[in-house]
Design a binder for this molecule. Structure first.
Ligand code: 5RP
Length: 218
């Protein structure tokens, strides 16, 4: 079974978590794309979707799924999204697609975060995947210096601008022993918009696709 087939299995299992008649929060990335395509099969049974990126918004709209502005949504029962890494406490590294700021906003509003992954994403300790950090352009060099002080090796994601008009520094080599405290530290650096660490608000459910089927962790 290919990695894409596993991603699709996890994504389709997440349809069980969609509440009929309610709004769904939708993430970004190839796994989220499989979820969007699956959601299209039940679009007449949901109130609509909020998207965590422009690219997901376009895919949702292409399927005729009604889109809502996050500012107009007070209640969001569930948010479905992928991750680059997830540990046993369901803390994650996200932002491989550079969408972590909007993802963190939608996740903050959602009552339940369902993470959909293939088995390669589950790790004992976060940090092999470089941590994406969204930065205000004029703060790029200063934030990079601070990240070096934290033991990381920041690399500018070349030719990439986020949906919010900012830059991404991909930080290699961080030892992430305490994801909550590192998230607080990095998100507190002046000029950082959002790090891709999702530990303070991790996932509530992990749907992990393995060759033996999809396992649910809560
Ligand atoms: C985008 C993300 C994605 O969830 C993450 O990069 C996983 O992507 P994929 O499903 O393509 O493996 O955080 O910002």
């Amino acid at each position: 079974m290919t990695q894409d087939e596993l991603k699709q299995q996890a994504a389709l299992r997440a349809l069980d978590y969609v509440i009929e008649g309610a709004i769904v929060g939708v993430g970004t990335g190839s796994t989220a794309n499989f979820f969007i395509d699956g959601l299209a099969t039940m679009k007449d049974r949901i109130a609509g979707a909020v998207a965590s990126s422009e690219v997901s918004a376009r895919r949702l709209a292409g399927h005729g799924i009604p889109l809502l502005d996050m500012n107009d949504v007070e209640e969001l029962p569930v948010y479905i999204d992928g991750a680059d890494e997830i540990d046993t406490s369901l803390a994650m590294i996200k932002g491989g697609g550079g969408a972590q700021t909007r993802e963190k906003i939608v996740a903050a509003v959602a009552q339940k975060f369902v993470c959909i992954c293939d088995a390669t994403k589950k790790v004992a300790q976060l940090g092999r995947f470089p941590l994406p950090v969204e930065v205000i352009p004029m703060a790029r060099a200063q934030v990079a210096r601070e990240l070096v002080r934290l033991g990381g090796r920041p690399v500018l994601r070349e030719g990439f601008i986020t949906d919010n008009g900012n830059l991404i520094l991909d930080v290699h080599g961080l030892a992430i022993h305490d994801p909550v405290s590192l998230e607080i530290t990095i998100d507190g650096i002046v000029g950082v918009v959002t790090s891709g660490l999702f530990a303070k608000r991790g996932a509530d459910v992990l749907l992990l696709a393995t060759p033996d089927g999809v396992q649910a962790f809560e």
